[in-house]
Design a protein around this ligand. Sequence first.
Ligand code: NA7
Length: 554
Amino acid sequence: MVMSKQKQPTTSENPTSDSPSLTQYDAVIIGAGVSGLYQLYCLRQLGLSVRVIEAADDVGGTWYWNRYPGARFDSESYSYGYSFSDELLSEWNWSEHFSSQPETLRYLNFVADKFELRRDIQFGSRVTAATFNENDNNWVLEIEGGSKVCAQFLITALGPLSIPTMPNIEGIDSFQGESYQTARWPHESVDFTGKRVAVIGTGATGVQVIQEVAKTAAQLTVFQRTPNWCAPLHNGPIDDETQAEIKASYPEIFEKCRNSHGGFIHTADKRNALEVSAEEREAFYEKLYGERGFGIWMGNFRDVLIDQDANDTLSEFVAKKIRQRVKNPELAKMLIPTNHGFGTRRVPLETKYYEVYNQENVQLVDIRATPIEKVTEKGISTSAADFDLDMIIYATGFDAITGGFDHIDISGTTGQRLKDKWKDGPRTYLGLQIEGFPNLFTLVGPHNASTFCNIPRCSEQNVEWVSGLIGHMREHGLKRVEATKAAENEWTEHVYESAERMLFTKVSSWFMGINSNLPGKQKPTFLLYAGGAPNYREKCDEIASHEYEGCAFQ
Ligand code: NA7
């Protein structure tokens, strides 16, 4: 990328606003997480004046908010960091194979400092509305508190899981003890020692937090609605020798990720589960179960996520492991999923999660059998019992992928609102552009390969593609770009087609846009892109090489 001198924003009279002046940027990015920071870096390289608007009071996005004990990567640390700077790669040492949240947040702060990103970031500012002005091809953004800015390009880096949701349970506010939502965890440390703690939710977050709370709580009660298939993380420290090996092999690590379906170092095995002998299959599952990270999900036989019979063999293998690890057969049974197969929902990776249920201080409550009826001043009441508690932890998930967009009133040409356009599901071009919403780019947005990916690997691609397109427009004196209706229709159809064969489209989860706590999110709507990161990248590159076909320019 050619580096240009960065332009300064300008201040102009704003005829449509009560405020006397409005600062004009070339680009505004919403969000200073992994994607937003890199987008800022790249647009600066192009010489644009850029403002990042961030609701939190510091950088980090998901790693800023999700501070709950036990939060860490399920991606190998060295596959998660940015790949764009050799200097950064050589300077930063990951201390564990799967970095914890505090270390990841330190890393993102290190990046922000190293590239002096903070000077273009406005913290503590939440964007409430964004309106496209047809007269000057400009986005006008309203920020909570009343200020406004405008920009030719609007780039959303909202995070796919940034809007946490609470359950709709009667009496939640009446509880007199401590209560926390994992994604809004306080900055001060929370002590579980000697306390009676409840965790509601057993997704990837719940599994991580349960493992930690169980270490010191007097009593931990886990309220489980749906068990998930979990697999061992096998985390460990990185010693000096391994550190040197990692540093020397970064090009190969990133190349591996580039060629894998989900941007991980794990690539699917070429064999089908059902074409090998039962012994061979079992031996392969055993090997994967003993290895680090998502190999058992992403590096398994290539049919396990698309063929129900193949998937059944894997689910049965993992069920057997759960039965071996949990001493009480009744508890083991409660922890084995019955309504979906392994890998058809997000697989939580764990460190002695199942063994937690062998501890005297841990109790599992099946809230499908005995539903929570209410939260009281003293604790939680189910249809079967009252649980007196000192603390309730809600690990109850997010308004996934489209949630961040729903929280901003985005209006495009002819006043059309994005919320209305997407009421029956997202429609996009490459998960990056939207017809009727010119000069808007949605990093890690719905129907974008980044949503089913080791995010930094795919979001780097998103950012570089968007930067390439903006660079192209500058070079050719173009002011406005918008996906054509035909391109958007074709992409949306392709997204649904490529999802059809995947077993996870038959299962209820946030992949399918379902959130039991939100009345408007009950209908299955596929939000990801299941065609794989390599295909996606190829498609994006091809479009760019054909003068960005599918995009209408002015
Ligand atoms: P998830 O995966 O959406 O998990 C949320 C959990 O909370 C899940 O077990 C839900 O049960 C449970 N939940 C949600 N609402 C309720 C109510 N009302 N009552 C009881 N239980 C409830 O979110 P996570 O934060 O764990 O993980 C999100 C992603 O973060 C993860 O995929 C990683 O990529 C990082 P349910 O399954 O709906 O029955």
